[in-house]
Design a binder for this molecule. Structure first.
Ligand code: SF4
Length: 334
């Protein structure tokens, strides 16, 4: 099963409640960034190249939990920066789990060895390891040798301790689709519960390195080849509808409100990737963001974006009866 049955039931109940209330726009996954500080400087990361102010500040446990309550999304992805550098990360995770949210803790893996004894396995909790490809490729993208090995060691140890483990692979220009497909198969064989794959976002902040980013057509071509090389047995965490979108088989309209972002400066608009302004409350961000100005074909900054943070929630909004059946099969697939 893709995720514990209780999580699926809670999600379905939440979506139904939103629909019955007639809400057109509602959050599914809160992107919570307690800190933007990181112990790596990955080539394609725009987050670590933000203003000094956002890098200097961090959210307290209370601020994090207030954001979770304010937003109300059934899932929380704790991202950053590297969340494990936050001194109160364990209290933050516990507080979110106490609210029965599906909780994803994203990590580059460097501090996992030290963190595992202070975390506890829970059906609603997953560690999400950043892993862009095989050894040489991953270490080049994170600009440090040996990180791939550390991540693989962390995955093995986390599985041995009974944690749910997901990997998150970002696709860049020049990636070898066969090698990435092979890695996804290996991760499957190691018992990784789910794999996320997504093309990188073209962060303006990375400056001269922007040639590493894929245009839409290139991203579709690369993902098709990765999926072919990976074969049919890989357990993707991406929904089948989003995977169709990545393969160029269907179009989706971006739904950035599906993954709202709370970072140390406030509620970030318009989306997880673009920073135009921060709002003091979730309600104000939802009300004041001019949603119709964003998405493919609406805004030049969105032209190459196919990120899950913009389009996974679109899959839920765009579901037909056939899609619903496919989603049910995907959720219950082993
Ligand atoms: S397409 Fe959506 S998620 Fe992507 S940059 Fe634009 S608004 Fe953000």
């Amino acid at each position: 099963m893709r995720q514990p049955i209780g999580v699926t039931v809670d999600m379905a109940r939440y979506v139904l409640a939103q629909r019955l209330r007639g809400r057109r726009r509602f959050p599914l996954v809160l992107m919570l960034e307690p800190t933007e500080l990181c112990n790596l400087t990955c080539t394609g990361c725009g987050k670590i190249r933000q203003s000094e102010e956002v890098l200097r500040r961090r959210l307290s446990v209370d601020e994090c939990l207030k954001a979770v309550d304010e937003c109300g999304a059934p899932a929380v992805s704790i991202a950053g920066g590297e969340p494990l550098t936050h001194p109160e990360i364990f209290e933050i995770v516990e507080g979110i789990l106490a609210r029965r949210k599906l909780t994803l803790l994203c990590t580059n893996g460097l501090l996992v060895g030290r963190a595992l004894p202070r975390l506890r396995p829970d059906p609603r909790f997953s560690l999400v390891f950043h892993l862009d490809g095989p050894r040489e490729h991953h270490d080049r993208m994170v600009e440090r040798r040996g990180v791939f090995e550390t991540v693989m060691r962390g995955i093995r140890e986390a599985k041995a301790r009974g944690f749910r483990v997901t990997t998150n692979t970002t696709l860049y220009k020049g990636a070898d689709p066969e090698a990435i497909g092979q890695l996804l198969r290996e991760l499957n064989a190691m018992g990784v519960d789910n794999c996320i794959v997504s093309p990188a976002f073209t962060y303006e902040e990375v400056g001269a390195n922007r040639e590493i980013f894929l245009r839409r057509k290139e991203a579709i071509e690369l993902f098709r080849r990765v999926a072919k090389a990976a074969g049919p047995k890989v357990r993707y965490y991406n929904t089948p509808i989003y995977l169709d979108f990545l393969m160029g088989k269907r179009t989706l309209r971006c739904t950035p409100w599906g993954n709202p972002t709370r970072d140390p400066l406030g509620w970030k608009g318009p989306c997880y990737l673009l920073t135009d302004r921060h709002y003091p409350s979730f309600a104000e961000m939802m009300e004041k963001t001019q949603w119709e100005e964003f998405g493919y074909g609406e805004n030049p900054r969105c032209a190459s974006c196919m990120m899950h943070s913009g389009y996974e929630a679109s899959a839920v909004s765009a579901m037909s009866l056939v899609d619903t059946w496919r989603m049910v099969r995907w959720l219950f697939a082993s």
